[in-house]
Each structure stands twice: as structure tokens, then as C-alpha cells.
Design a protein around this ligand. Sequence first.
Ligand SMILES: Nc1ncnc2c1ncn2[C@@H]1O[C@H](COP(=O)(O)OP(=O)(O)OP(=O)(O)O)[C@@H](O)[C@H]1O
Ligand code: SF4
Ligand SMILES: [Mg+2]
Length: 374
Amino acid sequence: MSGPAAGGTAARGGAPGGDVPLLQARGLTRNFRVRASRARPGGGLVRAVQDVTVALPRAAIIAIVGESGSGKSTLVKLLARLIRPTSGTLLLDGAPLPRSSRGRREFARQVQLVLQDPFSSLNPVHDVRYHLARPLRIHRLARTRPELDRAADGLLERVALTPPGQFRGKYPHELSGGQRQRVAIARALAVRPRVLLADEPVSMLDVSVRLGVLNLLADLRERDGLAIVYVTHDIASARYLADAICVMYAGRMVESGPAAVVTDAPAHPYTQLLIGAAPDPDRPAAARLTPGDAATGPAIPAGGCPFRPRCPHAMRVCADAVPALADLGGGHASACWLHADGLSAAERSALGRGERAAGLAPGRRAARPRREAR
Ligand SMILES: Nc1ncnc2c1ncn2[C@@H]1O[C@H](COP(=O)(O)OP(=O)(O)OP(=O)(O)O)[C@@H](O)[C@H]1O
Ligand code: SF4
Ligand SMILES: [Mg+2]
């Protein structure tokens, strides 16, 4: 799903240091072949990420929001170059990535990943000092014991684990969840990255310490100019932290734009449902996501808009073709036929309940070629 570069215009003040985004994905697609199972008797293809285009400016924070299975982690792994795309390209500073092992190592240094579960991402048999010293040694940023200790202390101070001497010798089980995640972030910072990919970094933490870790990420952007991709289920925390929000559904990016615009005036029916489902004390009669609807799997019909079985506005055209991201102005874009002009009355007619879930609406022979929504 190509379209306006999410975050490119939405990040605060644009992209410091020029218009070329720091990290850019163009038309990223990743399919997985899976064996036969009860849910998929013939096996088949999981379309985890479909045609996603996104741009991360320098010192910007972009949030990737979506339900479980919408492709967020797969997108992050593609951005981290941990898995290969089925198609599409990644650019760093506007240039294609080198394939040499040296180029790969340098990319891995510049683009660091922080995972959801700090307990499993830290080795229980090693102390904090070991976790911080290892990347410093591998990337030859410090060698002698005093150099390593100095660098480790500096990292602990940057993530507010102070005084550092109190934390250096501790093992993961001796730390709280929030402290473990701070150590994981410090380890990522050890190699002086330019991009941090944070895949649900606070979802396993106690609610009381989440805000502290989110504020730490905001601080790293402010102080060090780090660009951050923040993955979350929680659109409220995305609004709090990010400049721009990209909403994913069934592997596709369905809406993107400045965080305040996407949350205050969501254009896509799925984003509207997500916001309606978020707890809000000022909105007692909040809409709820339909229980039992998975974001991917058999509930996702093969052709047309993947959201149509759950969409209160589904029209005949929605069963025919995938809507492209339409530019709504101001860096805001949404992939929905509701934004398209020039549809016929037949195309705009409501889709029946049974037709929504079908691969193709009855009476139609084949999906039309994809159309640009304008
Ligand atoms: N290695 C794999 N092999 C087969 N299918 C996979 C693989 N990795 C991911 N998938 C499938 O791709 C889809 C997207 O998965 P992904 O983990 O990216 O979703 P997610 O949005 O991160 O979900 P969650 O919020 O639960 O972490 C899912 O249907 C998942 O089962
Ligand atoms: S394209 Fe159709 S089914 Fe999809 S979100 Fe828009 S109105 Fe709903
Ligand atoms: Mg995930």
C-alpha cells in the first residue's frame, strides 16, 4: 500500500537535517508459507505485511498501532533487517542498503531493536555490566576494563538507573520489570544507534512504571536526536509519545498522519473503532471492537478491503478492490473507499452481511484492478 510517507510531514518541524528521511521503507511486503492446520486445512500463505511505505525522519517518533496479528512485529523485523522482505526496499539516508557483511554490521549498529519482554531479552546468568560491555566490545567502542566501566556507567545514567554502581553488578532477576527494560534500552544505546525500534516496550510492564519508560524514550529523542519507531496496541500511548501514527490492519497500513489528527479526527473506520475501544473516562458510551474478530486469519476475506466484515460502512466496491491510501492533506492519509470520488450508486450500495465475509461479493466474477482512491 503505497502512499504519502507516514511521519515525513507529520514529525515535529519536519525532518531536521534535510528532507531525506533517516530510514525509509518502500512497498515492503512479507509473506510466510505455513503448513496445513485446522484453521488452514490446505496450508497457505500468511500475508503478514502488504505493500507498506513509511518514512522515519531524523529525531522523530512514529507509532505503529494495530491489533494482535496486524503485522506490527513483522514490519519492525523488516525495518531491522532481521528478516528479508518478499518484495520492497529499505533505504537509509535515502540510499539502498549495502549487502556486504561490513555494511550489514554497520546497519545493525545504527538501527537497534528493543523487545517487549525485557526478562527474556536479558541473559539471566549475566549481570548488568556484562550486558552493557558486550556490545561495546563487539563494536570496538571500549576495550579496557576502566573504559568499559566508564561507558557502562554513562549508559546507566542515560536511562536513569542511578547511582550506576548500585545497578552494575545486579542480575536480571534482581531488577524490577521497568529497570530491566531500562537496561535493555541502555544496551541498545551502547552502540550509539540513530534509530531505535521499540516493539511494545511497555506492554509487559506494570502500569505504574509504563509512563516512566515512555518519558525516557521521549527524552532520548529530545536530548540525543534518536529517531524511534514505537509499536503498540494502545493508541492513547501512541498519541502521548509519537509525532505521527501509522495504523495497521491485516498487514496493511490503513491510516497514517500526525498523531493529533489521527486520534482527534480518525478517517478510517478501523481507526475510529480502535479509538472507540480505548478506555476514556470522558466517553462512557464508547464503541467496542466486535469480540471474536481476529485481525488476520480466516476472518480476513481474500479480495477487497480486509476490514469489510467488521466495517459498519461496507459498500459493494469494498468487496471488489483494495482501496489505496488517499492523501487527505496535511500528511494525513487513509485507505478507504469512503474517501473516493466518482463511485457509481451501485458501487456505493451497502454490502449485505453474508457478502462482507465472502472472498468476492456474489454477482461479481473477479476483482477489478486496484484503483487509486482520490
Ligand atoms: N515466522 C512466521 N511464520 C508464519 N507466520 C508468521 C510468522 N511471523 C508472523 N507470522 C504471522 O504474521 C501475522 C502478523 O504477525 P505479527 O507478529 O507481525 O503481528 P503483530 O501485529 O506484531 O501481533 P502482536 O500484537 O500479537 O504482537 C500473524 O498472522 C502471524 O501469525
Ligand atoms: S473500504 Fe469499505 S469496508 Fe473498508 S473500511 Fe472503507 S468503507 Fe469500510
Ligand atoms: Mg508483535
